[in-house]
Every structure is written in C-alpha cells, then in structure tokens.
Design a binder for this molecule. Structure first.
Ligand code: FRU
Length: 568
C-alpha cells in the first residue's frame, strides 16, 4: 500500500478508502506546456498503474518518466488526441517514488488537431490498481498463443526445462503496433495452454530488446539469453537466469558481440556436441554469420553463409541451425533456417531453409534452389525450442507478415503464434526437404466430431486420390477456397474473398508444391487463421483470414471431411 492509500485507510476505514482508490483521476493538475509539442505532466503516485489512452492513427509521443530529475523509463506511445481506442498500463509504482514527472514530446504535425492542452489524453489518464486483460476481441484465437494485450512479433528465446516450455516474444506493452521492444514471457506444459508472466527482459541504455534465443546451460545450472540490443547500433547482449527462466539479470559487460554491419541481429545459440562448444548464428544484412565459444561470453567468428544461396530480396533475419534425421533412414543432415523480409514467395515475410552439412565452423549448403518451410503468407520468424525433450525440434512461427501486421483488424492485442510444429527431414525425388508436422500435443485437444463448423476446430480431410476442393464460407458470401491440384501437384489457398479491406497486400492466392501424394489434410482453424498441413508433414501453409461473420459452411469435393471440436 502506498502512502496515499495508508492515509486514506487510516481516516476513512478500509472499505471507503478502497472504493475511492479503485480509479481516481491521476492528474490533479494540468500539464505544463514547455513548447509547441512538449509538455510536463506531474503524477502523484497513488496506484500501481497509470492508464495511458491510445489512439492508433496518431503519431507517437515520447514519454520520458523522471523521478527526482533522473530518467527512469522512456517509451513511445500514440497518446490519444481526440478519441481513445484503448488504454495501456504504465507501472508507476515500480520506481518507488511518491511523485513522477512525465516529460512528453508529441512527434509529427498535429496542427490539425488544435492546441495540445485540449488533447483528450490529459483528461483520460487515470490511475488504477489492476489492469483488465479479459478478452474483448472477436478475432482472438482460442488455442494459439497471443499476448494478453499489446503488440507481438517474433517468438524469442524458446527453451524447455523441468517440464515447462518457455516462450518469450517481441512485445510492445504500450500499444498494439510495433514499438518499445522487450521480451514478453509465457510458459506452458503442453505447448497449447500458455500462462503470461511479466516482461522478462526490458529495454535499457543499450537499446530496446530485439529477437534472440536462450540456451539451457546444464553444467552451470543456468539459462542464458542472447538478444540484440537495438540502440544507436545493433549489438548482441546476454542475460542470465538462475531461477529457471523466471527472471534474468543482464550481463554487466554487455555488449558481447559488435560489428560495423548495420543489420546485425537475432542471435541463436546452441550446444554443439560434435565440437564440444557452443555455436551462435546471427543475421548480418543478407547473410548469416557463425561463431563458436567455450564459455558463452567470448565468441570466435567462424564463417559466413549465404551470398550465393537462396532469396536475397530482403534482409535475412532470425536464423536457426540444427541437425535433423531424414525420415525412414539413419541419415542426418543440418538445416539452416533463414527468415527473410521482404522476398517471401507471395510478398513480404517468409521462412526459407537450407539443407547441408555443418562442422561447427562452416555451413555447406547442398541444395541449389530456394525452399520455403511454409507456403502461406503468415508464417515468419520461425525458430525452435532449445533443449526440447526426446530430441524434438519444435518450431513456432509468428503468424503475420510485415506487409500488414500493424493493420490487421484487432485492437487489444495484435498477432498470434502458429500452432507448434515438429520439424524433420524427408527425401523426395532424390532431394531432402524440411518436414513440418503439427506437434502431437494438438492431438490431445482434438475433441468430438461435430456437424456444425466451430470457429476454433481441426478439420481432417481424407483425400480420395484425385483433385479436391475445400470451401469455407459465411452467409454474406465471404469465402476461402483451397484446392488440391493433383495434375500440377500443388495445394493452394485463395483468400481474396475473405475480409480484406485493411491492406492492399492482404488478398492473395498462396500455392505450395506438393511433394508426394497427399492422403490426408489437416486444417487448423482458430477465429482468424487457417493452417493447412499434409498430415504426413510434407506441405504446410499458414494464412490469416478475417471473415466479418464466422465461416459457418464447409463444402468439400474429392475428400471426406471430419470436423473436430477443440477441447481446451
Ligand atoms: C523480425 C525482426 C527481427 C528483429 C525484430 C524486432 O521480425 O525484424 O529481425 O530482431 O523483428 O522486433
């Protein structure tokens, strides 16, 4: 309880004080205008949170939080000017001060909106003890991970330890568009039910916290996180957890890796038993750079990969590197995952991969063509869990595309992660490809077979051997059409007649090559996403859809469909 609360409780009694304290106007005084776009707002801290009113179409305002004339936090928020879209909570109690000064600079040209003192944000900032994260969104998925509020992009730092999967993610808790990156944190014991935790790694003087990875360092009984500090330069930093990933302490001598390369980010570290050392791979421009280390702190540069291989129409990001089994053989190969944006097969972001050999120093690619892990338009920043049980390589992808991720029609939160997928390799026509199979944990939530189409379900389609067509539609004529073309050996998904008005880049037909006959299709629907898999894991396609009314009709030719409820 803070001083105001103690004082009120003493003179009014607990019940009356609590009633008064649930939501009091924060701002006893008006903002002090320092310049055309610059104001000071004093906050007498009486509650845990200051609710900041956000209007997404506005430009950013920088809020520097000052305590005793020292900066304790700096964030960028689209403070509401004439309409509040939603609120975000700023924890003001954590600084232990009775009073804080918010130094606020509005960016952009706001002449059209009138005088700063009339902005609606001043009136609407209030303090509260709790922040309501109950879902308010029709398009929030039911069995995919989403942040309880705010913007999310890449999955980060995923690891498994003591029965728990840890998922960190690029998170903006101060708005539903990309900004203020830090690592949000969620845990799960089954890869389906996720519990949210406070942010694990937050911005500091080196910069905001961009993507990276964690390793479970068993010898030293710790979890070590590697991430990019995005400040005036992009540099790599580390943080150490001694409590199994609950809390992290940043390494005192960060950064641990620097370069002149401006795009230098997304370190993925892993233990390589073949050389008895740690390896780390990161994205540098449109290449990958590989390092090795004995102690996780001192890294030796080993080699670069990529110049002559794959797609280079964008920046290479979020790598991963792993050894995988080729199905049905005793052969193993290395696979390098390379997310690229733009340059994806249908525009914008996508995940390409390379098959080859890795000796701890150099990755040697054995394929000539460009290969995509998922042929949808909403599958990006794919990386795998460190230390997953039974040698599994479990991947999650961010289900969006940088072309329109900031515009998709949700407010309280933006973006979900894909369903978990197990990666392996398979041989087809003498070539080795990446296999992508829905993780077995999804079988456990398969419920009863039902007649009516739920918004969250799994549809299993036993194909009859010839071409097939699957149409999902709603009463107002919006539809998604999938086709299995056995002649051209392709699977396609057409969402041009789904709800699409928020971005010109959204309508599309995505097409995947089918390698080997598909016998069964598994479709995972969850309010705003469709993930289509060849049940044998040789084709994956992930696409968002935003029907303005739920799809209630399923028509299938060329196969027999069973609709399963999802039980959570
Ligand atoms: C990929 C990415 C990463 C970066 C992060 C920033 O989506 O651009 O390269 O670390 O997002 O949020």
């Amino acid at each position: 309880m803070n001083n105001t609360a103690k004082h009120l409780t003493a003179i009014l009694g607990a019940a009356l004080a609590a009633a008064l304290l649930t939501a009091v106007p924060a701002l006893a005084q008006n903002p002090q205008q320092l310049g055309k776009n610059h104001a000071h707002q004093r906050v007498a801290v009486s509650h845990r949170y200051l609710l900041l009113p956000v209007q997404d179409r506005e430009d950013l305002a920088t809020i520097v939080v000052l305590s005793d004339n020292r900066q304790v936090q700096s964030i960028n928020v689209r403070l509401a000017v004439d309409k509040v879209d939603y609120f975000v909570p700023l924890d003001i109690e954590r600084f232990g001060a009775e009073s804080l000064l918010l130094d606020i600079t509005f960016h952009g040209d706001r002449r059209y909106t009138g005088a700063m003192k009339d902005f609606i944000c001043w009136k609407e900032m209030t303090q509260t003890e709790t922040f309501d994260t109950a879902n308010r969104e029709a398009f929030r998925p039911q069995y995919h991970h989403t942040p309880s509020y705010g913007w999310m992009n890449d999955p980060n730092g995923m690891f498994y330890k003591d029965g728990v999967y840890h998922l960190f993610y690029q998170w903006n808790p101060y708005g539903s568009m990309w900004e203020n990156m830090n690592w949000g944190h969620a845990t799960s014991t089954d890869l389906i039910h996720w519990e949210e935790h406070p942010a694990a790694i937050e911005a500091d003087a080196l910069g905001t916290i961009f993507s990276g990875s964690c390793v479970v360092d068993k010898k030293n009984n710790r979890v070590v996180a590697f991430y990019t500090s995005d400040g005036r330069s992009q540099v790599q930093s580390m943080a150490i957890s001694k409590d199994g990933g609950k809390t992290f302490v940043k390494y005192a001598d960060n950064p641990i890796l620097v370069s002149n390369q401006p795009d230098f980010r997304d370190p993925k570290a892993f233990w390589n038993p073949e050389i008895q050392k740690w390896n780390l791979i990161l994205a540098a421009g449109d290449e990958m750079w590989i390092y090795s280390s004995d102690n996780l702190v001192d890294w030796t540069f080993e080699s670069t990969f990529g110049k002559e291989y794959g797609n280079h129409e964008g920046v290479w990001e979020c790598p991963d590197l792993m050894k995988l089994q080729v199905r049905g053989t005793d052969k193993q190969k290395w696979m390098l995952i390379c997310n690229i944006n733009p340059g994806g097969p249908f525009g914008g972001s996508a995940t390409q991969y390379f098959i080859g050999e890795f000796d701890g120093h150099k990755f040697t690619c054995e394929q000539k063509d460009t290969r995509w892990m998922d042929y949808g338009k909403d599958h990006y920043a794919t990386v795998t869990f460190d230390n997953a049980p039974d040698g599994r390589k479990i991947a999650l992808a961010w289900m969006s595309n940088w072309q329109y991720a900031n515009q998709v029609p949700t407010k309280q939160f933006r973006s979900a992660n894909s369903v978990p997928r197990d990666l392996d390799l398979f041989e087809y026509n003498g070539e080795i490809y990446c296999g992508v199979t829905p993780s077995r944990e999804l079988r456990a939530i398969r419920g009863n077979a039902v007649k009516k189409l739920p918004q969250a379900c799994e549809i299993v389609i036993d194909l009859k051997g010839g071409p097939a067509e699957i149409t999902l539609s709603n009463p107002i004529g919006e539809q998604v059409v999938m086709q299995y073309d056995t002649e051209n050996r392709t699977f396609s998904m057409d969402r041009t007649r789904s709800y699409v008005s928020f971005s010109e880049s959204f309508p599309c037909v995505t097409v995947a090559p089918v390698r080997g006959e598909m016998k069964q299709l598994r479709l995972f629907l969850d309010n705003c996403s469709i993930e289509a898999f060849d049940a044998e894991g040789r084709m994956a396609m992930t696409n968002l859809v935003f029907p303005s009314q739920p799809y209630n009709s399923l028509k299938v030719t060329g196969g027999k469909a069973t609709i399963y409820e999802i039980t959570k």
